[in-house]
Design a protein around this ligand. Structure first.
Ligand SMILES: *[C@@H]1O[C@H](CO)[C@@H](O)[C@H](O)[C@H]1NC(C)=O
Ligand SMILES: *[C@@H]1O[C@H](CO)[C@@H](O)[C@H](O)[C@H]1NC(C)=O
Ligand SMILES: *[C@@H]1O[C@H](CO)[C@@H](O)[C@H](O)[C@H]1NC(C)=O
Length: 181
C-alpha cells in the first residue's frame, strides 16, 4: 500500500534528518508568512545559490511526477509533529526540512507549492523573492507552505485514492553540516 511505502521511505530519510533545527513547533505560523533565523535563532550560513537550486530541484521533481504521489511531500499521520528532510539530490549547504502541522492526518503538500515557498515562484519578482524564504538570504528560515488548492492535482484521483489530505507543512531551510566547500 501507498502509505506503507511512504512510511518506509520516510523512516529511511529520518536517519538523514539533522538533530537540531533552529525553531520547532512554531504553532502560530500563518501559511505564506516567513520567519527568518535572525533574531532568537542561529543563522544557518547558507549559500543563496544553493537555496535557488533546492527550489529548482523540487520544481523539477514535481514536473517529472505530475499525477503521481511522488509529486507530493507526504508526512504520515500519528506521529507527533514529525520533521524530516525533503529529498534533494546533492543538496550542498542547504537542507530542506518539512515539519508536520496536523498530526491527526497524513498530510500531502505539492512539491510545487514547497518550491514556491522557497523562492517565490519561477521567475519571481524581487518583491515575491523577498517575501519567500530566499528573502532570509544566508540566514535561512521557515514558513508554513501556502497551498494552491485550485491546482487540479490536489483533487486528482491518484491523490484521493490515497489516505492523505492536502495540508500545509512547515518548510525550514537549515545548514547541511555534512557540506564542506
Ligand atoms: C553561522 O556562523 C556563525 C558565525 O560564525 C556561527 O556562530 C553559527 O553557529 C553558524 N551557524 C551554523 C548553523 O553553523
Ligand atoms: C487536523 O485535520 C483534521 C482532519 O482534516 C481536522 O478535522 C482538524 O481540525 C485539523 N486540526 C487542526 C489543528 O488544523
Ligand atoms: C494556482 O493554480 C492555478 C491553476 O493551476 C493557477 O492558474 C494559479 O496561477 C495558481 N496561483 C498561484 C498564486 O500560483
Amino acid at each position: 500500500m501507498f502509505l506503507n511505502k511512504i512510511t518506509t521511505s520516510a523512516v529511511a530519510l529520518a536517519a538523514f534528518a539533522i538533530a537540531s533545527s533552529p525553531i520547532r513547533a512554531a504553532a502560530a505560523m500563518t501559511p505564506g508568512i516567513k520567519v527568518c533565523y535572525t533574531e532568537g535563532a542561529t543563522s544557518q550560513n547558507l549559500t543563496v545559490e544553493h537555496i535557488e537550486y533546492a527550489a529548482d530541484y523540487l520544481r523539477y521533481r514535481w514536473r517529472r511526477n505530475i499525477g503521481k504521489a511522488a509529486s507530493f511531500y507526504i508526512l504520515p499521520k500519528g506521529l507527533s509533529r514529525v520533521e524530516w528532510s525533503i529529498d534533494i539530490a546533492d543538496p550542498m549547504s542547504v537542507i530542506v526540512m518539512g515539519e508536520q502541522v496536523n498530526a491527526s492526518i497524513a498530510s500531502a503538500t505539492s512539491l510545487l507549492d514547497i518550491a514556491n515557498a522557497i523562492d517565490g515562484g519561477k521567475d519571481a519578482s524581487e518583491d515575491k523573492k523577498k517575501a519567500a524564504l530566499i528573502g532570509c538570504g544566508e540566514h535561512g528560515g521557515q514558513m508554513a507552505v501556502l497551498l494552491n488548492e485550485t491546482h487540479k492535482w490536489y483533487n486528482s484521483r491518484v491523490f484521493k485514492n490515497h489516505d492523505a489530505w492536502p495540508y500545509t507543512c512547515i518548510v525550514k531551510l537549515v545548514r547541511n553540516n555534512e557540506y564542506r566547500v
